[in-house]
Structure formats: structure tokens, C-alpha cells
Design a protein around this ligand. Structure first.
Ligand code: UGA
Length: 436
């Protein structure tokens, strides 16, 4: 059993802390947000993540998981401190490191024994060295410490499974002994552990996210060409995926990537490249194609409805992907704004993300369920592929719509079936099945 402090109870910190507690360690999760800590102490989990509430409860009961706002308390017996604070996008795409700086300074001022500082937040290459520098400069008296980078590869919605079954653990440090101690923490996960230097570890995270975003934009570009040439991108992706060198993952064409990671990380990598005199043309194309994926939905609806002014459009799904209530950079929310700008009346339904949506876009009407959403609309646009949308009673849906227009932004419906039911159906890159 190791003693670990985790700074930041956002998505990454809470999942990391809870999972390490579940592996038998004693974890103290710290946040400067008092209200959040008060809620966590009552067992209220501030984010939607399947399985997390139960896991927190179990580990709190077992006396392995604690919550505090006090650095003194969190660091008291800690051997490791994980920094898991947010790194939002700054004005020009640069990652904003103010929370990392605050955490590093406070750790430096509070620590009274040697510590291994593990950075899990996604930070620009070189930040590990910067954190070490801040700690050194902020310590009242010199105390030994090492910085290890351990980027996270958790997907929202399956974060616990991802933590417990990682494809790999990446560790970067200039101190092999510290890296080895962090590696020991991960041994129960039985995953390959890659030990490298700080900057390389930080770059592995950016390169991985940028590559996955590139696959998505690649298949979206192929989808646009399929649509023109009369091919079906779903089958093209399946056919490509059997090639072991390509693989089937992250080749779903649709409204593009969103969320708190890909958009921010691709932009930040572009920024790092530019600042250092590199020419990131592929990353730029990836971002441009992703913007086009949203525009595709607007153009398609405009074309099918003969204009958007005063048209009523229902959005099925608002979260940036299924199994999360996260609306950050969500294609649905962006498309809602674009449609509203052209005079359309937009309503939406999402199984979990509606409270947040109401705050972001008060003009958007929200429906109780998909059937109420369909009532009287001129078109439905599927934005998020929640499982519950896959088995809707489409006959009932069609019967209450003003016009039977279905735009499938995630290709979850069978075009032939939808056309047989009388829908005017459009999917992404399904050129041979668009009923033309
Ligand atoms: C992503 C990475 O997958 C994680 O490995 C990483 O740890 C995380 O970012 C992070 O940096 O913190 P996440 O943003 O939770 O995880 O979501 P993904 O499941 O990767 O999906 C990202 C976006 O791509 C979603 O909007 C999704 O709808 C879209 N997507 C995904 C596609 O459009 N097509 C696909 O084939 C796959």
C-alpha cells in the first residue's frame, strides 16, 4: 500500500485516485473547490462516468479514499503526488498552465519530506522541466523531489476500464529511480510500461491524440469523396480495418471529433510546432476537415429543407459522444448555434447532458424524450450515437414529424430500412444509399 496525493478532482484526478485506491493504495484527493470536496465527501460525484459512483463509495467505505481542500493534509504522509489539474486552451491554442503552476507552487511550499511529483495533466512538451524549476524556486528550504510524466489515456465514458486495462503505461523522467517507483504502482495493471525521458513522454500523449484525430478527419475526408462518387464510407472503413496495418478503430465517419481533449490537443500541438518554426500542415488540415464535418450537417439540412429560416429541427443527442454528459466542443451544440443563426428553431434531447445544454444555449427547447422531440419537427439530426437511439420506434417517430427528414450524423441507421419506412434519409458518406 502506497500513500498518494492527487491534486485536482476533475475527470482525470477522480478516476486516477479512485482506481489507485481500488488497487489497495491510500489516496487523498485534493481540490481547491470547497463545494466540490463537500459534495464528494457526501458521495456525490460531480461528473457522469459509468461505475465511478459505486467505486468511490466502495473505496471511501474501505478507508482508502479521502477528500480534502488542504495541501498539508494531502501531502502529510504522501510518497507520490499526482498533478491532475485542467489545462484549458488559451487564446491562440496554447495550453493554459496556470493551474499546473499553482499546484506546483503550493506543493513546493507545503512539502516537508521528499516527494515524487507525477504529472498526468496533458501539458506542452517541456512542462515537466518547467514544473521542476517552479518547485525548486518555490521551496522555502531545499527538499529532494523528482518529476515524472505519466500521461493519461482515459476515454470519457470508459475511463475506469481504460485505467484498469491500459494498452500501455508511459513514464518519462530524468530520474530512473523515481520512474521505477511510479512503474511499481502500475504493475498490478499488467500492461507494457514504457520508460523514457520527460519530453518524449509528453510528446507521446500529444502524438497519440493527434494521430487518432487524424484518423477521424481522414475517414471524414474519404466520406465526403464517397458521397460524390456513390460509395458507402461505412463499408470502405470496414474493408480498410481488416488490414492489420490499419486496424478498425477510430474510422467512424460522422460529425467529427469533439470533447475536451482532441480539439484542444491538436490545437496545442500546432501551436508548439509554429512557435518552434515547424510547419504543421497535416494538423491544420485535420482541424479544417473537422470544421467541415459540422458544416456538412448544416448544408445537408439546408438543402433538404430548401432553407433553414423558421424550420424546426430536432437534435438527437447533445453530448460530444455517448456515455458522457460532457458538452465541451460538442458537434451538436455547435451545429445548434449555426442553425439558429440561420433562423431555425432548434430543440434537443439527450439522456444525460440536458442540464448543461440548457445553460449553454437557453434558446434551444429541450424535449423529455425522443418522441416528444420528433413532434412537429421538419427534420431530425442524429448527433450522438447513444445506444437508446439505435432501437427507437421509427414508425412512431415518423408519424409525429411534420416532414420525414432524417439526417444521421453518426451513421447508426440502416439507410435501406429508413427509406423503406418512408424517411428521406441522409447519412455521412453514404453515397450509394441516399435515396437519390
Ligand atoms: C480521448 C482519447 O481517446 C483518450 O485516449 C485520451 O486520454 C483523452 O482523449 C484525453 O486526452 O484525455 P475522449 O476525448 O474521452 O478520449 O473521447 P474519444 O472516445 O477518443 O472520442 C473523441 C471524439 O472523437 C468524440 O467526439 C467522438 O465522437 C469522435 N470520434 C471517435 C469519431 O468521430 N469517430 C471515431 O471513429 C471515433
Amino acid at each position: 500500500m502506497k500513500n498518494i496525493a492527487v491534486v485536482g478532482t476533475g475527470y482525470v484526478g477522480l478516476v486516477t485516485g479512485t482506481c489507485f485506491a481500488n488497487l489497495g493504495n491510500k489516496i487523498t484527493c485534493l481540490d481547491i473547490d470547497e463545494e466540490k470536496i463537500a459534495r464528494l465527501r457526501q458521495g456525490e460525484i460531480p461528473i457522469y462516468e459509468p461505475g465511478l459512483t459505486e467505486l468511490v463509495e466502495r473505496n471511501v467505505k474501505a478507508g482508502r479514499l479521502f477528500f480534502t481542500t488542504s495541501y498539508e493534509e494531502a501531502l502529510a504522509d504522501a510518497e507520490f503526488v499526482f498533478i491532475c489539474v485542467g489545462t484549458p486552451s488559451g487564446v491562440d491554442g496554447e495550453a493554459d498552465l496556470r493551474y499546473v503552476r499553482m499546484a506546483a507552487e503550493t506543493i513546493a511550499k507545503t512539502m516537508d519530506h521528499p516527494l515524487i511529483v507525477v504529472n498526468k495533466s496533458t501539458v506542452p512538451v517541456g512542462t515537466g522541466d518547467w514544473v521542476a524549476d517552479i518547485i525548486k524556486r518555490s521551496q522555502p528550504d531545499p527538499i529532494d523531489f523528482s518529476v515524472v510524466s505519466c500521461p493519461e489515456f482515459l476515454k470519457e465514458g470508459s475511463a475506469i476500464t481504460d485505467f484498469m486495462n491500459p494498452d500501455r503505461v508511459v513514464l518519462g523522467s530524468l530520474d530512473p529511480e523515481a520512474a521505477d517507483k511510479v512503474a511499481q504502482l502500475h504493475l498490478p495493471l499488467r500492461a507494457p510500461i514504457i520508460v523514457t525521458d520527460l519530453r518524449t513522454a509528453e510528446m507521446i500523449k500529444y502524438a497519440s491524440n493527434a494521430f487518432l484525430a487524424t484518423r477521424i478527419s481522414f475517414i471524414n475526408e474519404i466520406a465526403a469523396i464517397c458521397e460524390k462518387l456513390g460509395a458507402d464510407v461505412q463499408e470502405v472503413a470496414a474493408g480498410m480495418g481488416y488490414d492489420k496495418r490499419i486496424g478498425p478503430h477510430f474510422l467512424n465517419a460522422g460529425l467529427g471529433y469533439g470533447g475536451s481533449c482532441f480539439p484542444k490537443d491538436v490545437k496545442a500541438l500546432e501551436h508548439m510546432a509554429l512557435v518552434h518554426g515547424s510547419h504543421p500542415s497535416l494538423l491544420r488540415a485535420v482541424m479544417e476537415i473537422n470544421r467541415d464535418a459540422r458544416r456538412w450537417a448544416v448544408l445537408t439540412l439546408r438543402e433538404l429543407l430548401g432553407g433553414l429560416d423558421q424550420r424546426r429541427i430536432g437534435l438527437l443527442g447533445l453530448a460530444f459522444k455517448p456515455n458522457t454528459d460532457d458538452l465541451r466542443e460538442s458537434p451538436a451544440m455547435e451545429i445548434a448555434h449555426l442553425l439558429q443563426n440561420e433562423g431555425a428553431h432548434v430543440c434537443g434531447y439527450d439522456p444525460v447532458a440536458m442540464p448543461g445544454a440548457a445553460q449553454i444555449n437557453p434558446e434551444m427547447r429541450l424535449a423529455e424524450d425522443p418522441y416528444e422531440l420528433a413532434q412537429g419537427v421538419d427534420a431530425l439530426l442524429l448527433c450522438t450515437e447513444w445506444d437508446e437511439f439505435k432501437n427507437l420506434d421509427m414508425v412512431r417517430i415518423k408519424s409525429v414529424m411534420a416532414q420525414p427528414i432524417l439526417v444521421d450524423g453518426r451513421n447508426i441507421y440502416d439507410p435501406t430500412q429508413m427509406q423503406a419506412l418512408g424517411f428521406t434519409y441522409r447519412g455521412v458518406g453514404r453515397g450509394n444509399n441516399n435515396g437519390r
